[in-house]
Design a protein around this ligand. Structure first.
Ligand code: ADP
Length: 207
């Protein structure tokens, strides 16, 4: 069984930056956001079920899912939101398991922005939280994206709190330093994960 390190953190905390540093070390990355798009891609079972439920008006002209229209539909109808989540969450979960098990590096990284919100820590042997102060999240996100401070604050309010995330963390990277500091933290964790993964492979073989 593949040793899976789940990585999470709020918006702008640095998940993608940290995941890229692990990838540079040859670690395979599985991304929950990509999977969430794949399960509703044109031709998918997920998209077929959504069209059957909501009709063609949830499609864009190019045949892809129009997320804005779908969001509008479920926003005003909690039953529809529940229906959609119970359709997609098991598919996403199944794909996360399948794709992590297909990786070939000594361990793999599973990037799940909403790990805490969706209680997905059971999919991982280890949970790594990228932690920063809210002010840092706001500063970095407004610099990265075309969004206002208030928009970022609204997203922060809809996500888990720092304390909630830290309560499920096995490991924490405090991403308040420069890139040299971040590199050092990743290098240290990488060595520990290699050791843990190797140990877990050995104990699998003994069984
Ligand atoms: P997330 O994937 O969690 O939303 P990102 O990895 O995209 O976060 O990081 C948010 C922004 O902050 C990006 O523009 C990234 O380049 C920048 N960033 C990440 N870590 C640092 C750091 N230690 N110092 C300065 N900027 C950083």
């Amino acid at each position: 069984m593949t040793f899976v390190v789940g990585i999470t953190g709020g918006i702008g905390s640095g998940k993608t930056t940290v995941a890229n540093l692990f990838a540079e070390k040859g670690i395979d990355i599985v991304d929950a956001d990509i999977i969430a798009r794949e399960v509703v891609a044109p031709g998918s079972e997920g998209l077929r079920a959504i069209i059957a439920k909501f009709g063609n008006e949830v499609l864009s002209a190019d045949g892809t899912l129009n997320r804005a229209v779908l969001r509008e539909r479920i926003f005003s109808n909690p039953d529809d939101k529940l229906w959609l989540n119970s359709l997609l969450h098991p598919m996403i979960r199944e794909q996360m398991i399948a794709q992590t098990q297909q990786t070939t590096s000594t361990y793999c990284l599973l990037v799940i922005p909403l790990l805490v919100e969706n209680k997905l820590n059971a999919l991982c042997q280890r949970v790594l939280v990228v932690d920063v102060r809210e002010e840092t999240q706001i500063a970095r996100t407004t610099r990265r994206d075309d969004v206002s401070e208030q928009q970022v604050r609204n997203i922060l309010a809809s996500q888990a709190t720092r304390a909630q995330r830290l309560s499920v963390a096995d490991d924490v990277i405090l991403n308040e330093g420069d890139s040299a500091a971040l590199n050092k933290d990743v290098e240290l964790l990488h060595r520990r994960y290699l050791a843990m993964a190797t140990q877990s492979i050995e104990s699998d073989n003994e069984q």
